[in-house]
Write a protein that binds this ligand. Structure first.
Ligand code: IPM
Ligand code: MG
Length: 361
């Protein structure tokens, strides 16, 4: 039975990195007879330029009917002056929301070959393997009311609403506990329960849920401390679970511990494990079109897609092994090139992975 993969390359470096990931995916599809069918749709600034909106109804319909979505990156200075409601980012946020992709898995794993690319001392990061589980369809990103209003005294005021209902906290909590069960059985829930009632409820619910998972050691940490601990002693963490905005911030910090955000994939899942897969980095408009971008996060996102949404775990292993192998061989894009190793372009890195996949089975 065939399965549909929707490819949304987006803006900036999106199309360059996606071309490399798509070539690898197409090869394993043929080689292993996976029966994947590929479709493409515009999103973000590319869609604004072509159709006036960051996500068309047609593109949304394709995303809803696909079995999985591989997403590049969106945004850039060209669209920054647009009002917030029609900016490129809205296309991504609408996809997350309409597809109910509430569970965002962001692994931060250090490849031993890249220990010297981290801004922290090698002994602090060697062996690092953290999974951040970020709630993705609620919290202050989506809470109503929101906007900019004019007060009676004529002064303008911007406002957003930070809300989480019990059911939203329970479902992300379960996803995080389940993930912890498959890993080191340690879960740290990050909140600001000393100030914000919404996260007081978050903490209470995580504590209740932990009774269903007696094997998982649950801890709680305030977000400011969590940011500090990630930089001070990151290896104390196994799985972290947190709300949308804290997760956005902490996952960038965790990503950089590994040397480059250009290495990290992510999965955004619904309750049935249908998902959208995207590199953690953004569209990097400053380096777009120059062949400098690192395609590995997108290739690793394709691997996560094969594993979580398409049921091809062995193929995912094959791609991940190839990524590790090209690092062993010394291939480095500019972002991870710290020493005398071989600096390669986006396309050369993609080809190195493809050739490695071809020579493996
Ligand atoms: C991310 C990004 C997005 C977010 C932006 C592009 C809307 O920073 O996926 O982390 O804030 O969620
Ligand atoms: Mg972010």
């Amino acid at each position: 039975m065939s399965k549909n993969v929707l490819i949304m390359a987006g803006d900036g470096i999106g199309p360059e990195i996606m071309a490399q990931a798509e070539a690898v995916l197409r090869f394993v599809n043929e080689d292993e007879g996976l029966g994947l069918e590929f479709e493409h749709a515009l999103v973000g600034g590319a869609s604004i330029d072509a159709a006036g909106v960051p996500l068309t109804e047609d593109a949304l319909a394709l995303a809803k009917s696909a079995d999985a979505i591989l997403f590049g990156a969106i945004g850039g200075p060209k669209w920054e002056s647009l009002e917030i409601a029609i900016r490129p980012e809205k296309g991504l946020l609408r996809l997350r929301s309409e597809l109910e992709l509430f569970g965002n898995l962001r692994p931060a794993m250090l490849y031993p070959q890249l220990a010297s690319a981290s801004s922290l001392k090698p002994e602090l990061v060697s062996g690092l393997d953290i999974l951040i589980v970020r709630e993705l369809t609620g919290g202050i990103y989506f809470g109503q009311p929101r906007g900019i209003r004019t007060l009676e005294n004529g002064e303008r005021q911007g406002y957003n609403t930070y809300v989480y209902s019990e059911s939203e906290i329970i479902r992300i909590g379960r996803m995080a506990f389940e993930a912890a069960m498959k890993r080191g059985k340690k879960l740290c829930s990050v909140d600001k329960a000393n100030v914000l009632e919404v996260t007081e409820l978050w903490r209470e619910i995580m504590t209740d849920l932990s009774k269903e998972y007696p094997e998982v050691e649950l801890s709680h940490m305030y977000v400011d401390n969590a940011a500090m601990q990630l930089i001070r002693a990151p290896k104390q963490f196994d799985v972290m679970v947190t709300g949308n905005m804290f997760g956005d911030i902490l996952s960038d910090a965790a990503a950089m511990l590994t040397g480059s955000i250009g290495m990290l994939p992510s999965a955004s899942l619904d309750k049935d494990n249908k998902g959208m897969y995207e590199p953690c980095h953004g569209s990097a408009p400053d380096i777009a079109g120059k062949g400098l971008a690192n395609p590995l996060a997108t290739i690793l996102s394709a691997a996560m897609m094969l594993r979580y949404s398409l049921g091809y775990g062995a193929t995912a292993d094959r791609l991940e092994a190839a990524v590790s192998k090209v690092l062993d061989l010394g291939y480095r894009t500019a972002d991870i090139c710290t020493d005398g190793s071989q600096k390669v372009s986006t396309a050369q890195m993609g080809e190195a992975v493809l050739n490695t996949v071809k020579s493996s089975s």
